[in-house]
Design a protein. Structure first.
Length: 162
C-alpha cells in the first residue's frame, strides 16, 4: 500500500502535465451550463447549486414539484472515474430513501437500477443517461442529457404512482 506522500507525488506529476486541470475545468463548465439550460427550460423545477465533489462525482439536483413535495429529488450526475452521466432518484434523508427503496423492492423498475440501503449510497434509482459523452459536441451532449433526464423523471413519477 502506498503512502499519502507517494499518492501526492503521483498527483503532482499528473497535474504538471496540465491535462487534468483542463479536463476538470471543462467538465465543471459543461455541468454549469447544463444546469443553467435545464433551469431555463423547466422554470417550475427546483434546481440546486452545482456540487463539484472530490473528483468522484459532480452533480446538481433538478426536481419537479411533485417529487420535491414527497421529499425526493432527481440528480444529474457525472461520474468522473467511469466517464459517464447518470440520473439518480434520491431522498431528502436516509429514512425517505429507505422507505422508497422498500416500496419499490420486488417491482419492475423499468430497467432502472434499484439501490440497496447501505452507507455511502445516496441513490434510490439510477439510470445511465450517456455512456460515452462527447464533450467536443456540447450542444448535442446537453440535448442527450436533457432528454434522458426528463424521460427518467417521467419514468420515476410513473413508478411512484403505482
Amino acid at each position: 500500500m502506498q503512502t499519502l506522500n507517494a499518492h501526492i507525488k503521483a498527483y503532482t506529476a499528473q497535474l504538471s502535465k496540465g491535462d487534468i486541470q483542463k479536463a476538470y475545468r471543462g467538465i465543471m463548465d459543461f455541468m454549469s451550463r447544463l444546469r443553467t439550460s435545464l433551469a431555463a427550460r423547466c422554470p417550475a423545477y427546483t434546481v440546486s447549486g452545482l456540487y463539484t465533489g472530490y473528483m468522484d462525482m459532480t452533480y446538481f439536483a433538478f426536481t419537479p414539484a411533485g417529487l420535491k413535495n414527497r421529499r425526493l429529488k432527481i440528480a444529474v450526475v457525472y461520474l468522473h472515474e467511469q466517464g459517464l452521466f447518470e440520473a439518480w432518484l434520491g431522498g431528502a434523508n436516509r429514512k425517505v430513501q429507505a422507505e422508497i427503496i422498500k416500496h419499490l423492492a420486488g417491482r419492475d423498475t423499468g430497467g432502472y437500477r434499484l439501490s440497496q440501503v447501505s452507507p455511502g449510497v445516496d441513490s434510490i434509482l439510477e439510470s445511465v443517461l450517456v455512456e460515452n459523452p462527447d464533450f467536443d459536441k456540447p450542444a448535442h451532449l446537453a440535448a442527450q442529457i436533457e432528454e434522458g433526464a426528463l424521460a427518467f423523471i417521467r419514468g420515476v413519477e410513473s413508478l411512484l404512482t403505482m
